[in-house]
Design a protein around this ligand. Structure first.
Ligand code: SAH
Length: 240
């Protein structure tokens, strides 16, 4: 099954952009995933193909029109389209690795990229759009956010990452941040690679990496550490 991404945007020329190079680009060329764009402007109204209008109730900025977006969605949605319909939005559910894994295991996604102040609430409700945020900051548009989401999904597709298990030890897969990496040269500017990593003792290396991953997670992400402790606690209580 090919992971299919359909992007609704006012700037289709931004795609594939960074998704066209490296791992994601090779996988795109290989047909592991596909990308198509819909220019929302093509569904704009009037001689000027307007896509936005002033906010009801007043205030700054412009709002993307529900009718325009509804028509754009209508044009790209296929009959019984199984793909989730997403709207990139700073108000959305924060994107996590768990969500990425779920999405990557599915048929793809339809992704609406907002611009201006955002989109008319009625199209979110009427078309069942799920709002997703890539973090607590405001971008000028949803395109880069959509690229972040797609990049994270595509690298998990079968065959995309070189080493089959290079994904399994990564940050967030284990609930821990990843341990530090080193490579040649053995010494750089007076700093040596930790001895254990060149010792050849697989068990000691694994133990060191685990301890480092735990140390970093505790120090940098107390929230992840607390969640892990909680899940370990509940695992333990499930055992007879
Ligand atoms: N007025 C809005 C911000 C609009 S920014 C607010 O205060 O919430 C314009 C568009 O950029 C949004 O419609 C959304 O599609 C995109 N965007 C901005 N920040 C984002 C984020 N953190 N995550 C995902 N999309 C974002």
């Amino acid at each position: 099954m090919t992971f299919r991404a359909t992007i609704l945007t006012l700037y289709p020329e931004m795609f594939p952009g960074p998704l066209g190079v490296s791992l994601a680009g090779k996988a795109l060329d290989a047909g592991t995933w596909s990308l198509d764009t819909c220019n929302i402007r093509d569904h704009g109204v009037g001689a000027h193909r307007a896509v936005d209008d002033t906010p009801a109730g007043g205030g700054p900025g412009m709002v993307m029109r529900a009718d325009v977006l509804g028509n754009a969605l209508g044009a790209v949605l296929e009959e019984n389209d199984p793909r989730p319909r997403l709207l990139m939005s700073p108000r959305g559910t924060p994107l996590t690795h768990d969500m990425v894994r779920d999405l990557a295991a599915g048929p793809g996604a339809l992704i609406v990229c907002g611009r201006f102040e955002g989109v008319d609430e009625r199209v979110i409700e009427g078309r069942g759009l799920k709002e997703i945020s890539i973090g607590d900051y405001v971008l000028s548009g949803g395109e880069i956010a959509a690229m972040v989401l797609i990049d994270a999904c595509v690298r998990l597709l079968p065959g995309v990452m070189g080493a089959e298990d290079s994904g399994t030890e990564e940050s967030f897969e284990t609930g821990l941040l990843e341990y530090p990496h080193y490579t040649r040269p053995q010494e750089w500017e007076g700093r040596a690679i930790p001895d254990v990593l060149t010792s050849g003792h697989h068990k000691q290396i694994a133990d060191w990496r685990r301890a480092e991953a735990e140390r970093l997670t505790r120090a940098r992400r107390p929230d992840l550490w607390a969640a892990l402790q909680k899940s370990r606690g509940s695992d333990a209580s499930e055992k007879p």
